[in-house]
Design a binder for this molecule. Structure first.
Ligand SMILES: Nc1ncnc2c1ncn2[C@@H]1O[C@H](COP(=O)(O)OP(=O)(O)O)[C@@H](O)[C@H]1O
Ligand SMILES: [Mg+2]
Length: 576
Protein backbone atom coordinates (compact mmCIF):
# COMPACT_ATOMS: atom_id res chain seq x y z
CA UNK A 1 0.00 0.00 0.00
CA UNK A 2 1.09 3.54 -0.76
CA UNK A 3 1.90 5.34 2.51
CA UNK A 4 2.04 8.81 1.07
CA UNK A 5 -1.69 8.97 0.66
CA UNK A 6 -3.37 11.76 2.59
CA UNK A 7 -6.60 9.83 2.89
CA UNK A 8 -6.14 6.52 4.66
CA UNK A 9 -9.65 6.08 5.98
CA UNK A 10 -10.84 2.85 7.52
CA UNK A 11 -14.44 1.75 7.34
CA UNK A 12 -14.86 2.40 11.08
CA UNK A 13 -13.90 6.08 10.57
CA UNK A 14 -17.03 6.64 8.49
CA UNK A 15 -19.42 9.27 9.77
CA UNK A 16 -22.26 8.23 7.49
CA UNK A 17 -23.23 7.31 3.98
CA UNK A 18 -24.69 8.90 0.88
CA UNK A 19 -28.42 8.40 0.40
CA UNK A 20 -29.22 10.82 -2.39
CA UNK A 21 -27.06 12.16 -5.23
CA UNK A 22 -27.39 14.86 -7.84
CA UNK A 23 -24.81 16.08 -10.36
CA UNK A 24 -23.34 18.69 -8.03
CA UNK A 25 -24.57 17.76 -4.59
CA UNK A 26 -25.51 14.92 -2.31
CA UNK A 27 -27.19 14.11 0.98
CA UNK A 28 -25.59 11.83 3.50
CA UNK A 29 -27.19 10.11 6.47
CA UNK A 30 -25.12 10.61 9.58
CA UNK A 31 -24.62 7.64 11.86
CA UNK A 32 -25.17 9.18 15.27
CA UNK A 33 -26.48 12.25 17.05
CA UNK A 34 -23.03 12.90 18.55
CA UNK A 35 -21.36 12.92 15.15
CA UNK A 36 -24.03 15.20 13.76
CA UNK A 37 -23.64 17.79 16.49
CA UNK A 38 -19.88 17.85 15.95
CA UNK A 39 -20.26 18.80 12.29
CA UNK A 40 -20.26 22.37 11.03
CA UNK A 41 -21.35 24.13 7.91
CA UNK A 42 -18.44 24.79 5.52
CA UNK A 43 -16.51 21.78 6.83
CA UNK A 44 -14.97 19.42 4.31
CA UNK A 45 -15.93 15.80 3.97
CA UNK A 46 -14.26 13.07 1.91
CA UNK A 47 -16.63 10.78 0.05
CA UNK A 48 -15.78 7.38 -1.36
CA UNK A 49 -15.55 7.53 -5.13
CA UNK A 50 -16.75 4.76 -7.43
CA UNK A 51 -13.17 4.74 -8.74
CA UNK A 52 -10.36 3.35 -6.66
CA UNK A 53 -7.60 5.71 -5.55
CA UNK A 54 -9.89 8.73 -5.53
CA UNK A 55 -12.04 10.60 -3.08
CA UNK A 56 -14.64 13.20 -3.82
CA UNK A 57 -14.42 16.25 -1.59
CA UNK A 58 -17.67 17.77 -0.45
CA UNK A 59 -18.40 20.84 1.60
CA UNK A 60 -21.21 20.75 4.14
CA UNK A 61 -23.74 23.43 3.30
CA UNK A 62 -26.61 22.34 5.50
CA UNK A 63 -27.14 20.10 8.50
CA UNK A 64 -30.53 18.54 9.26
CA UNK A 65 -31.47 16.99 12.51
CA UNK A 66 -33.74 13.96 12.40
CA UNK A 67 -37.34 15.12 12.43
CA UNK A 68 -39.38 14.16 15.43
CA UNK A 69 -42.47 12.82 13.68
CA UNK A 70 -44.67 13.10 16.73
CA UNK A 71 -44.15 16.84 17.15
CA UNK A 72 -44.43 18.35 13.70
CA UNK A 73 -46.25 21.46 12.62
CA UNK A 74 -47.94 21.43 9.19
CA UNK A 75 -45.05 23.29 7.52
CA UNK A 76 -42.57 20.95 9.08
CA UNK A 77 -44.53 17.97 7.79
CA UNK A 78 -44.22 19.38 4.31
CA UNK A 79 -40.52 19.83 4.84
CA UNK A 80 -40.31 16.25 6.04
CA UNK A 81 -39.94 15.09 2.50
CA UNK A 82 -36.64 16.92 2.32
CA UNK A 83 -35.49 16.38 5.87
CA UNK A 84 -36.52 12.78 6.08
CA UNK A 85 -36.42 10.79 9.23
CA UNK A 86 -32.65 10.72 9.44
CA UNK A 87 -29.86 12.98 10.63
CA UNK A 88 -28.54 14.32 7.38
CA UNK A 89 -26.07 16.69 5.82
CA UNK A 90 -26.23 18.37 2.45
CA UNK A 91 -22.94 18.50 0.59
CA UNK A 92 -21.75 20.29 -2.53
CA UNK A 93 -18.93 18.70 -4.49
CA UNK A 94 -15.92 20.94 -4.73
CA UNK A 95 -13.38 18.62 -6.26
CA UNK A 96 -11.62 15.32 -5.92
CA UNK A 97 -8.33 14.12 -4.57
CA UNK A 98 -6.47 11.44 -6.45
CA UNK A 99 -3.93 9.47 -4.49
CA UNK A 100 -1.76 9.36 -7.56
CA UNK A 101 -1.66 10.96 -10.98
CA UNK A 102 1.29 10.00 -13.11
CA UNK A 103 4.25 10.55 -10.85
CA UNK A 104 2.47 13.03 -8.62
CA UNK A 105 0.92 12.05 -5.32
CA UNK A 106 -2.23 13.53 -3.83
CA UNK A 107 -3.42 15.65 -6.69
CA UNK A 108 -6.46 17.87 -6.22
CA UNK A 109 -8.74 18.47 -9.19
CA UNK A 110 -11.63 20.86 -9.26
CA UNK A 111 -13.86 18.78 -11.46
CA UNK A 112 -15.47 15.63 -10.18
CA UNK A 113 -15.18 12.88 -12.77
CA UNK A 114 -17.61 10.51 -11.12
CA UNK A 115 -20.29 11.33 -8.54
CA UNK A 116 -20.53 8.99 -5.52
CA UNK A 117 -22.77 5.96 -5.45
CA UNK A 118 -25.58 5.47 -2.97
CA UNK A 119 -24.18 4.15 0.28
CA UNK A 120 -20.70 5.56 -0.41
CA UNK A 121 -19.00 6.16 2.94
CA UNK A 122 -18.21 9.69 4.15
CA UNK A 123 -15.24 10.69 6.27
CA UNK A 124 -14.45 13.79 8.22
CA UNK A 125 -11.42 15.81 7.07
CA UNK A 126 -9.81 17.36 10.12
CA UNK A 127 -6.58 17.90 11.99
CA UNK A 128 -3.47 16.69 10.19
CA UNK A 129 -5.46 15.28 7.32
CA UNK A 130 -6.95 18.73 6.68
CA UNK A 131 -3.54 20.39 6.86
CA UNK A 132 -2.12 17.84 4.42
CA UNK A 133 -5.04 18.31 2.07
CA UNK A 134 -4.82 22.11 2.12
CA UNK A 135 -1.09 21.94 1.56
CA UNK A 136 -1.46 19.63 -1.37
CA UNK A 137 -4.09 21.98 -2.82
CA UNK A 138 -1.71 24.88 -2.31
CA UNK A 139 1.15 23.09 -3.99
CA UNK A 140 -1.04 22.36 -7.00
CA UNK A 141 -1.44 26.11 -7.56
CA UNK A 142 1.94 27.26 -6.39
CA UNK A 143 4.10 27.93 -9.39
CA UNK A 144 7.46 29.53 -10.05
CA UNK A 145 9.88 30.82 -7.44
CA UNK A 146 7.55 33.57 -6.26
CA UNK A 147 4.05 32.16 -6.12
CA UNK A 148 1.27 34.60 -5.32
CA UNK A 149 0.53 33.93 -1.66
CA UNK A 150 -2.09 36.09 -0.06
CA UNK A 151 -2.71 34.58 3.35
CA UNK A 152 -3.73 31.46 5.22
CA UNK A 153 -6.81 29.30 4.92
CA UNK A 154 -9.23 30.07 7.75
CA UNK A 155 -10.13 26.40 7.79
CA UNK A 156 -6.56 25.47 8.59
CA UNK A 157 -4.34 28.37 9.51
CA UNK A 158 -1.15 26.40 9.09
CA UNK A 159 -1.72 26.22 5.32
CA UNK A 160 -0.61 29.06 3.10
CA UNK A 161 -3.21 30.10 0.54
CA UNK A 162 -1.81 30.64 -2.93
CA UNK A 163 -3.53 32.07 -5.95
CA UNK A 164 -2.71 31.21 -9.52
CA UNK A 165 -1.04 34.46 -10.55
CA UNK A 166 -1.62 33.80 -14.24
CA UNK A 167 -5.33 33.28 -13.94
CA UNK A 168 -5.83 36.02 -11.37
CA UNK A 169 -4.63 38.71 -13.78
CA UNK A 170 -5.62 37.06 -17.08
CA UNK A 171 -9.30 36.93 -16.42
CA UNK A 172 -9.66 40.07 -14.30
CA UNK A 173 -10.33 40.18 -10.59
CA UNK A 174 -12.40 42.14 -8.12
CA UNK A 175 -11.53 42.94 -4.52
CA UNK A 176 -14.59 44.12 -2.64
CA UNK A 177 -15.50 44.89 0.95
CA UNK A 178 -17.04 47.62 3.07
CA UNK A 179 -14.85 50.44 4.35
CA UNK A 180 -12.40 49.22 6.89
CA UNK A 181 -12.76 45.55 5.91
CA UNK A 182 -9.16 45.35 4.72
CA UNK A 183 -9.23 46.01 0.97
CA UNK A 184 -6.25 48.35 0.96
CA UNK A 185 -4.24 45.93 3.09
CA UNK A 186 -5.12 43.16 0.67
CA UNK A 187 -4.03 45.30 -2.28
CA UNK A 188 -0.79 46.15 -0.48
CA UNK A 189 -0.17 42.45 0.14
CA UNK A 190 -0.72 41.62 -3.53
CA UNK A 191 1.53 44.50 -4.62
CA UNK A 192 4.19 43.29 -2.24
CA UNK A 193 4.06 39.84 -3.83
CA UNK A 194 4.12 41.39 -7.31
CA UNK A 195 7.12 43.52 -6.49
CA UNK A 196 9.25 40.37 -6.06
CA UNK A 197 8.93 39.62 -9.77
CA UNK A 198 11.75 40.97 -11.90
CA UNK A 199 9.64 42.27 -14.74
CA UNK A 200 6.36 43.02 -13.08
CA UNK A 201 4.30 45.67 -14.81
CA UNK A 202 1.30 47.26 -13.19
CA UNK A 203 -0.36 50.59 -12.56
CA UNK A 204 -2.27 51.35 -9.38
CA UNK A 205 -4.70 54.26 -9.50
CA UNK A 206 -4.43 55.71 -6.02
CA UNK A 207 -7.42 57.96 -5.50
CA UNK A 208 -6.83 59.04 -1.90
CA UNK A 209 -3.04 59.00 -1.84
CA UNK A 210 -3.14 55.96 0.47
CA UNK A 211 -0.28 54.26 -1.33
CA UNK A 212 1.69 57.40 -2.04
CA UNK A 213 3.18 58.13 1.35
CA UNK A 214 6.95 57.82 1.81
CA UNK A 215 6.22 54.76 4.00
CA UNK A 216 4.76 52.83 1.11
CA UNK A 217 8.06 52.43 -0.64
CA UNK A 218 10.18 49.46 -1.50
CA UNK A 219 12.08 47.98 -4.41
CA UNK A 220 9.57 47.28 -7.14
CA UNK A 221 7.27 50.18 -6.32
CA UNK A 222 7.47 53.59 -8.02
CA UNK A 223 5.34 56.52 -7.04
CA UNK A 224 4.05 59.19 -9.39
CA UNK A 225 1.54 61.94 -9.02
CA UNK A 226 -0.65 63.82 -11.43
CA UNK A 227 0.59 67.42 -11.54
CA UNK A 228 -1.17 69.81 -9.21
CA UNK A 229 -1.14 73.58 -9.82
CA UNK A 230 2.00 73.85 -7.67
CA UNK A 231 3.87 71.32 -9.81
CA UNK A 232 3.31 72.97 -13.16
CA UNK A 233 6.52 75.01 -13.08
CA UNK A 234 8.68 71.98 -12.27
CA UNK A 235 11.32 71.22 -14.88
CA UNK A 236 11.77 67.74 -16.23
CA UNK A 237 8.50 66.57 -14.71
CA UNK A 238 8.56 62.95 -15.82
CA UNK A 239 11.87 62.18 -14.16
CA UNK A 240 10.67 63.97 -11.03
CA UNK A 241 7.68 61.70 -10.68
CA UNK A 242 5.17 64.25 -11.91
CA UNK A 243 2.76 63.20 -14.62
CA UNK A 244 1.04 65.54 -17.02
CA UNK A 245 -1.95 64.30 -19.01
CA UNK A 246 -1.79 66.74 -21.93
CA UNK A 247 -5.01 67.50 -23.80
CA UNK A 248 -3.51 66.34 -27.07
CA UNK A 249 -3.65 62.74 -25.82
CA UNK A 250 -7.44 62.98 -25.94
CA UNK A 251 -8.95 61.48 -29.05
CA UNK A 252 -11.50 63.45 -30.98
CA UNK A 253 -14.48 61.92 -29.21
CA UNK A 254 -13.04 62.70 -25.79
CA UNK A 255 -12.14 66.23 -26.82
CA UNK A 256 -15.69 66.81 -28.02
CA UNK A 257 -17.15 65.38 -24.82
CA UNK A 258 -15.00 67.70 -22.77
CA UNK A 259 -15.55 70.90 -24.75
CA UNK A 260 -18.70 70.69 -26.78
CA UNK A 261 -22.13 71.54 -25.48
CA UNK A 262 -24.43 69.43 -27.63
CA UNK A 263 -27.46 71.50 -26.76
CA UNK A 264 -25.87 74.49 -28.49
CA UNK A 265 -27.52 74.91 -31.90
CA UNK A 266 -24.12 75.70 -33.39
CA UNK A 267 -22.53 72.53 -32.04
CA UNK A 268 -22.11 70.88 -35.49
CA UNK A 269 -20.25 73.92 -36.84
CA UNK A 270 -18.14 74.16 -33.72
CA UNK A 271 -17.22 70.48 -33.94
CA UNK A 272 -16.36 70.76 -37.60
CA UNK A 273 -14.11 73.80 -37.20
CA UNK A 274 -12.48 72.39 -34.08
CA UNK A 275 -11.56 69.17 -35.85
CA UNK A 276 -10.31 71.07 -38.88
CA UNK A 277 -7.99 73.24 -36.81
CA UNK A 278 -6.80 70.38 -34.61
CA UNK A 279 -5.95 68.43 -37.75
CA UNK A 280 -3.99 71.37 -39.14
CA UNK A 281 -2.12 71.67 -35.85
CA UNK A 282 -1.22 67.97 -35.83
CA UNK A 283 -0.10 68.04 -39.45
CA UNK A 284 2.12 71.04 -38.84
CA UNK A 285 3.70 69.38 -35.85
CA UNK A 286 4.55 66.22 -37.78
CA UNK A 287 5.44 67.84 -41.11
CA UNK A 288 9.14 67.08 -40.97
CA UNK A 289 8.92 63.84 -38.99
CA UNK A 290 8.45 60.18 -39.85
CA UNK A 291 4.75 60.62 -39.10
CA UNK A 292 4.35 63.17 -41.88
CA UNK A 293 1.07 62.75 -43.71
CA UNK A 294 0.09 59.77 -41.61
CA UNK A 295 -1.63 61.27 -38.59
CA UNK A 296 -5.37 61.27 -38.08
CA UNK A 297 -7.61 63.28 -35.82
CA UNK A 298 -7.26 60.55 -33.19
CA UNK A 299 -3.47 60.29 -33.31
CA UNK A 300 -1.95 61.37 -30.02
CA UNK A 301 0.23 64.10 -31.48
CA UNK A 302 0.91 67.47 -29.82
CA UNK A 303 -0.78 70.55 -31.23
CA UNK A 304 -1.15 73.99 -29.76
CA UNK A 305 -4.63 74.47 -28.39
CA UNK A 306 -3.99 78.20 -27.89
CA UNK A 307 -3.37 78.52 -31.60
CA UNK A 308 -6.54 76.60 -32.32
CA UNK A 309 -8.42 79.00 -30.06
CA UNK A 310 -6.99 82.00 -31.93
CA UNK A 311 -8.16 80.54 -35.24
CA UNK A 312 -11.60 79.84 -33.86
CA UNK A 313 -11.83 83.40 -32.58
CA UNK A 314 -11.01 84.58 -36.06
CA UNK A 315 -13.88 82.56 -37.54
CA UNK A 316 -16.14 83.93 -34.86
CA UNK A 317 -15.42 87.54 -35.74
CA UNK A 318 -14.54 87.31 -39.40
CA UNK A 319 -16.13 89.82 -41.75
CA UNK A 320 -16.40 89.17 -45.50
CA UNK A 321 -16.39 91.87 -48.12
CA UNK A 322 -19.89 93.22 -48.71
CA UNK A 323 -21.70 93.42 -52.08
CA UNK A 324 -20.88 97.08 -52.44
CA UNK A 325 -17.19 98.02 -52.41
CA UNK A 326 -16.05 99.31 -49.05
CA UNK A 327 -18.79 97.53 -47.11
CA UNK A 328 -18.56 94.33 -45.04
CA UNK A 329 -20.93 91.54 -44.06
CA UNK A 330 -20.75 88.86 -41.39
CA UNK A 331 -18.67 85.79 -42.29
CA UNK A 332 -20.16 82.30 -42.51
CA UNK A 333 -19.37 81.47 -38.88
CA UNK A 334 -19.76 84.93 -37.41
CA UNK A 335 -20.87 84.71 -33.76
CA UNK A 336 -21.39 80.95 -33.98
CA UNK A 337 -18.36 80.07 -31.92
CA UNK A 338 -18.58 82.66 -29.17
CA UNK A 339 -19.86 80.36 -26.47
CA UNK A 340 -17.62 77.50 -27.51
CA UNK A 341 -14.55 79.73 -27.46
CA UNK A 342 -15.44 80.98 -24.01
CA UNK A 343 -15.72 77.44 -22.73
CA UNK A 344 -12.39 76.53 -24.28
CA UNK A 345 -10.75 79.62 -22.83
CA UNK A 346 -12.08 78.77 -19.38
CA UNK A 347 -10.68 75.27 -19.65
CA UNK A 348 -7.28 76.59 -20.71
CA UNK A 349 -7.17 78.86 -17.72
CA UNK A 350 -8.61 76.43 -15.20
CA UNK A 351 -5.75 75.86 -12.75
CA UNK A 352 -7.37 72.69 -11.46
CA UNK A 353 -7.02 71.25 -14.93
CA UNK A 354 -3.42 72.41 -15.27
CA UNK A 355 -2.17 68.84 -15.67
CA UNK A 356 -4.11 68.70 -18.91
CA UNK A 357 -4.14 72.22 -20.31
CA UNK A 358 -1.07 74.04 -18.95
CA UNK A 359 1.37 72.07 -21.06
CA UNK A 360 4.97 73.22 -21.30
CA UNK A 361 7.52 72.72 -24.08
CA UNK A 362 8.44 69.42 -22.48
CA UNK A 363 5.06 67.88 -23.22
CA UNK A 364 4.85 69.49 -26.65
CA UNK A 365 7.81 67.43 -27.79
CA UNK A 366 6.85 64.83 -30.38
CA UNK A 367 8.73 62.16 -28.42
CA UNK A 368 7.15 62.97 -25.08
CA UNK A 369 4.54 60.23 -25.41
CA UNK A 370 7.29 57.64 -25.68
CA UNK A 371 8.91 58.83 -22.46
CA UNK A 372 5.49 58.90 -20.86
CA UNK A 373 4.80 55.29 -21.84
CA UNK A 374 8.23 54.18 -20.66
CA UNK A 375 7.41 55.80 -17.34
CA UNK A 376 3.91 54.41 -16.79
CA UNK A 377 4.20 51.04 -18.46
CA UNK A 378 7.90 50.41 -18.97
CA UNK A 379 8.98 46.87 -18.09
CA UNK A 380 11.33 48.15 -15.41
CA UNK A 381 9.90 45.67 -12.96
CA UNK A 382 7.81 47.94 -10.84
CA UNK A 383 4.28 48.62 -9.78
CA UNK A 384 3.58 52.24 -10.63
CA UNK A 385 1.44 53.98 -8.08
CA UNK A 386 -0.25 57.01 -9.60
CA UNK A 387 -1.47 59.45 -7.01
CA UNK A 388 -4.67 61.09 -8.25
CA UNK A 389 -5.70 62.60 -4.93
CA UNK A 390 -5.47 66.15 -6.27
CA UNK A 391 -7.39 65.58 -9.49
CA UNK A 392 -10.85 67.23 -9.36
CA UNK A 393 -13.45 64.51 -8.89
CA UNK A 394 -15.55 65.61 -11.88
CA UNK A 395 -12.77 64.81 -14.33
CA UNK A 396 -11.44 61.74 -12.52
CA UNK A 397 -13.30 59.30 -14.81
CA UNK A 398 -11.98 61.09 -17.90
CA UNK A 399 -8.38 61.20 -16.71
CA UNK A 400 -8.20 57.57 -15.54
CA UNK A 401 -10.15 56.42 -18.57
CA UNK A 402 -7.67 58.25 -20.78
CA UNK A 403 -4.61 56.76 -19.05
CA UNK A 404 -6.14 53.31 -19.34
CA UNK A 405 -7.01 53.80 -22.98
CA UNK A 406 -3.47 54.87 -23.81
CA UNK A 407 -2.05 51.83 -22.02
CA UNK A 408 -4.53 49.53 -23.76
CA UNK A 409 -3.82 51.06 -27.19
CA UNK A 410 -0.09 50.70 -26.76
CA UNK A 411 -0.65 47.02 -25.91
CA UNK A 412 -2.84 46.61 -28.97
CA UNK A 413 -0.31 48.23 -31.27
CA UNK A 414 2.50 46.16 -29.76
CA UNK A 415 0.97 43.01 -31.20
CA UNK A 416 -0.42 40.11 -29.21
CA UNK A 417 2.78 38.12 -29.06
CA UNK A 418 4.99 41.00 -28.02
CA UNK A 419 2.97 43.01 -25.53
CA UNK A 420 4.44 42.80 -22.03
CA UNK A 421 1.43 42.09 -19.81
CA UNK A 422 0.29 44.93 -17.60
CA UNK A 423 -2.26 45.01 -14.80
CA UNK A 424 -4.43 47.99 -13.93
CA UNK A 425 -5.35 48.11 -10.26
CA UNK A 426 -8.33 50.38 -9.86
CA UNK A 427 -8.81 51.40 -6.24
CA UNK A 428 -12.15 53.02 -5.37
CA UNK A 429 -13.40 51.89 -8.76
CA UNK A 430 -17.00 52.95 -8.06
CA UNK A 431 -15.80 56.53 -8.52
CA UNK A 432 -14.71 56.10 -12.13
CA UNK A 433 -15.80 52.68 -13.35
CA UNK A 434 -19.34 53.59 -12.52
CA UNK A 435 -22.59 51.86 -13.06
CA UNK A 436 -24.49 54.61 -14.84
CA UNK A 437 -27.73 54.49 -16.72
CA UNK A 438 -27.57 58.06 -17.83
CA UNK A 439 -24.65 60.31 -17.27
CA UNK A 440 -22.82 63.27 -18.62
CA UNK A 441 -20.77 62.37 -21.63
CA UNK A 442 -17.43 63.03 -19.96
CA UNK A 443 -17.92 60.23 -17.44
CA UNK A 444 -19.30 57.95 -20.13
CA UNK A 445 -16.24 58.39 -22.33
CA UNK A 446 -13.91 57.28 -19.55
CA UNK A 447 -16.07 54.25 -18.92
CA UNK A 448 -15.78 53.08 -22.49
CA UNK A 449 -12.07 52.32 -22.03
CA UNK A 450 -12.82 50.10 -19.07
CA UNK A 451 -15.66 48.24 -20.74
CA UNK A 452 -13.36 47.61 -23.67
CA UNK A 453 -10.47 46.43 -21.50
CA UNK A 454 -12.81 44.19 -19.49
CA UNK A 455 -13.99 42.52 -22.68
CA UNK A 456 -10.81 42.45 -24.76
CA UNK A 457 -7.97 43.08 -22.34
CA UNK A 458 -7.14 39.41 -21.99
CA UNK A 459 -6.14 39.18 -25.64
CA UNK A 460 -3.67 42.01 -25.35
CA UNK A 461 -2.32 41.32 -21.90
CA UNK A 462 -4.18 43.96 -19.94
CA UNK A 463 -5.57 42.66 -16.66
CA UNK A 464 -8.00 44.61 -14.51
CA UNK A 465 -8.25 44.45 -10.75
CA UNK A 466 -11.35 46.31 -9.66
CA UNK A 467 -11.27 47.38 -6.03
CA UNK A 468 -14.38 48.84 -4.45
CA UNK A 469 -16.40 49.24 -1.31
CA UNK A 470 -19.60 49.63 -3.35
CA UNK A 471 -19.73 46.82 -5.89
CA UNK A 472 -23.36 47.71 -6.57
CA UNK A 473 -22.16 51.05 -7.95
CA UNK A 474 -19.44 49.56 -10.13
CA UNK A 475 -20.12 49.12 -13.81
CA UNK A 476 -21.85 45.76 -14.33
CA UNK A 477 -20.23 45.02 -17.69
CA UNK A 478 -16.83 45.33 -16.09
CA UNK A 479 -17.74 43.42 -12.93
CA UNK A 480 -19.34 40.58 -14.84
CA UNK A 481 -16.09 40.06 -16.74
CA UNK A 482 -14.20 39.50 -13.51
CA UNK A 483 -13.48 35.83 -12.97
CA UNK A 484 -11.93 36.11 -9.55
CA UNK A 485 -13.44 37.59 -6.45
CA UNK A 486 -11.79 38.44 -3.20
CA UNK A 487 -14.70 39.48 -1.04
CA UNK A 488 -13.96 40.91 2.34
CA UNK A 489 -16.69 41.80 4.81
CA UNK A 490 -19.66 43.34 3.00
CA UNK A 491 -22.40 44.79 5.13
CA UNK A 492 -24.65 46.43 2.58
CA UNK A 493 -27.34 44.10 1.26
CA UNK A 494 -27.30 45.54 -2.28
CA UNK A 495 -23.56 45.01 -2.47
CA UNK A 496 -23.84 41.48 -1.12
CA UNK A 497 -26.47 40.63 -3.71
CA UNK A 498 -24.38 41.89 -6.59
CA UNK A 499 -21.48 39.73 -5.48
CA UNK A 500 -23.63 36.67 -4.76
CA UNK A 501 -25.16 36.86 -8.20
CA UNK A 502 -21.75 36.89 -9.83
CA UNK A 503 -20.48 33.85 -7.96
CA UNK A 504 -20.90 30.39 -9.47
CA UNK A 505 -24.02 28.75 -8.07
CA UNK A 506 -22.54 25.46 -6.91
CA UNK A 507 -20.92 27.24 -4.00
CA UNK A 508 -23.94 26.81 -1.84
CA UNK A 509 -24.01 29.32 0.95
CA UNK A 510 -20.32 30.09 1.21
CA UNK A 511 -21.28 33.64 0.26
CA UNK A 512 -24.15 33.86 2.72
CA UNK A 513 -22.04 35.16 5.53
CA UNK A 514 -20.22 37.97 3.77
CA UNK A 515 -21.37 40.28 6.54
CA UNK A 516 -19.89 38.07 9.25
CA UNK A 517 -16.30 38.05 8.02
CA UNK A 518 -13.60 39.38 10.31
CA UNK A 519 -11.34 42.29 9.30
CA UNK A 520 -8.79 40.99 6.82
CA UNK A 521 -10.76 37.83 6.18
CA UNK A 522 -12.01 37.15 2.67
CA UNK A 523 -13.97 34.67 0.66
CA UNK A 524 -11.91 33.94 -2.40
CA UNK A 525 -13.61 32.45 -5.41
CA UNK A 526 -12.59 32.06 -9.03
CA UNK A 527 -10.36 30.22 -11.42
CA UNK A 528 -7.22 31.46 -9.66
CA UNK A 529 -8.04 29.36 -6.63
CA UNK A 530 -8.66 25.64 -6.69
CA UNK A 531 -10.89 25.69 -3.69
CA UNK A 532 -13.40 28.44 -3.03
CA UNK A 533 -12.49 29.27 0.51
CA UNK A 534 -12.24 31.64 3.39
CA UNK A 535 -8.76 33.12 3.60
CA UNK A 536 -7.18 35.28 6.25
CA UNK A 537 -5.19 37.85 4.29
CA UNK A 538 -1.64 38.39 5.54
CA UNK A 539 -0.76 41.76 6.95
CA UNK A 540 1.42 43.46 4.32
CA UNK A 541 4.92 44.45 5.38
CA UNK A 542 4.49 47.94 4.00
CA UNK A 543 1.16 49.41 4.90
CA UNK A 544 -1.07 51.84 3.08
CA UNK A 545 -1.77 54.93 5.15
CA UNK A 546 -4.89 54.01 7.01
CA UNK A 547 -8.19 55.66 6.39
CA UNK A 548 -9.35 54.42 9.74
CA UNK A 549 -9.01 57.26 12.22
CA UNK A 550 -9.19 56.40 15.93
CA UNK A 551 -11.33 59.40 16.98
CA UNK A 552 -11.53 58.57 20.64
CA UNK A 553 -7.81 57.94 21.05
CA UNK A 554 -6.86 61.11 19.20
CA UNK A 555 -9.27 63.16 21.27
CA UNK A 556 -7.71 61.72 24.38
CA UNK A 557 -4.27 63.10 23.52
CA UNK A 558 -2.75 66.32 24.86
CA UNK A 559 -2.04 67.82 21.47
CA UNK A 560 -3.38 67.72 17.95
CA UNK A 561 -1.03 67.44 15.00
CA UNK A 562 -3.17 69.50 12.67
CA UNK A 563 -1.80 72.73 11.19
CA UNK A 564 -4.90 74.67 10.21
CA UNK A 565 -2.99 77.55 8.60
CA UNK A 566 -1.14 75.18 6.36
CA UNK A 567 -4.37 73.42 5.46
CA UNK A 568 -6.02 76.70 4.50
CA UNK A 569 -2.97 77.61 2.40
CA UNK A 570 -3.21 74.27 0.64
CA UNK A 571 -6.90 74.74 0.07
CA UNK A 572 -6.24 78.11 -1.57
CA UNK A 573 -3.38 76.79 -3.66
CA UNK A 574 -5.33 73.60 -4.40
CA UNK A 575 -2.19 71.63 -3.75
CA UNK A 576 -0.44 69.88 -0.87
N1 LIG B 1 -5.11 41.52 6.66
C1 LIG B 1 -5.13 42.29 7.75
N2 LIG B 1 -4.45 41.95 8.85
C2 LIG B 1 -4.46 42.72 9.94
N3 LIG B 1 -5.12 43.91 10.04
C3 LIG B 1 -5.83 44.32 9.00
C4 LIG B 1 -5.87 43.52 7.79
N4 LIG B 1 -6.64 44.19 6.91
C5 LIG B 1 -7.04 45.30 7.52
N5 LIG B 1 -6.57 45.41 8.77
C6 LIG B 1 -6.83 46.52 9.72
O1 LIG B 1 -8.00 47.20 9.29
C7 LIG B 1 -7.73 48.56 8.98
C8 LIG B 1 -8.49 48.98 7.74
O2 LIG B 1 -8.03 48.27 6.62
P1 LIG B 1 -8.02 48.89 5.17
O3 LIG B 1 -7.29 47.92 4.32
O4 LIG B 1 -7.52 50.29 5.19
O5 LIG B 1 -9.57 48.86 4.84
P2 LIG B 1 -10.34 49.35 3.52
O6 LIG B 1 -9.34 49.68 2.46
O7 LIG B 1 -11.21 48.19 3.16
O8 LIG B 1 -11.14 50.52 3.95
C9 LIG B 1 -6.23 48.63 8.79
O9 LIG B 1 -5.73 49.89 9.15
C10 LIG B 1 -5.72 47.52 9.71
O10 LIG B 1 -5.53 48.02 11.00
MG1 LIG C 1 -9.09 51.45 1.28
Amino acid sequence: MDDNRIFKFQKQDSIGSINSVDTGLAYAVINSDETLSALQVNQLVAIESPEAGKHIIGMIIKIYRKADINNLSIEESEELEEVGVYNQIKLVFIGELRDKLGNDRNVFKRNVSNVPRINAQCYRIEGEVLTDLMQSISSCIKSGIHPLSIGKYSMDESSVAYLDGNKFFQRHAAIVGSTGSGKSYCVAKIIEEMSHLKKVNAVLFDIHGEYSSPDFKMDGIKQYKIASPGDLATKDKLSNGILMVPYWMLNYEEMQALLLDRSDQNAPNQAMLLSKEIMIGKENKTKSSTYSGLVTLDSPVPYDLNEVLLKLKEYDTHLDEGAKPGTTKQGAYYGKLTRFNQRLENKLQDKRMGFMFSVSDEEMNLDWLKSFCHTVMGDDGSVKVINLSEVPSDVLPLVIGLLSRIIFSVQQWSGQDKAHPVALLCDEAHLYVQHLESSDSVARIGLKSFERIAKEGRKYGVGLVVISQRPSEVNRTVLSQCNNFVSLRLTNVDDQNVIKRLLPDNLGNIADNLSLLDIGEAIVVGDATLLPSKIRIDEPSIKPSSQTIPFWDIWAKDKSSQDLDEAVDNMIKQSK
